[in-house]
Design a protein around this ligand. Sequence first.
Ligand code: FES
Length: 127
Amino acid sequence: MPKVRFKSPLDDVEVEVPEGTTLLEAAELCGAKLGHACGGVCACSTCHVWVKSGLSSLSEQEDAELDRLDQAFDVRPSSRLGCQARVGSEDVEVWITDESLSAYLDENPPLRRRLEAEGRWPGPGKR
Ligand code: FES
């Protein structure tokens, strides 16, 4: 089974998943801090990631994902929405964007307060 690795200032975790698993499902399996404000229905952009390796093995982007990414911050050629991109046969490494990490911390205020108190989360765009 392919492996998915998630990296961010707060994450460096990896999980093996069956082909066809979305990146968001993989994140939930391994506890990666990937935001998902709309619950994975392509109605926000808080699951935005940059794919560092394995981009070509992911599922094709549908128009809905491209339209939603138009509203995301700091979109790059390697950008995908975690709830829409499905893993293929290759290993994948993704970087969780500031936008996504911030959304995750919005959904987990006790963790945000603890990280801010420890100086480990200065806020989006400040690292
Ligand atoms: S979780 Fe909202 S678009 Fe992916």
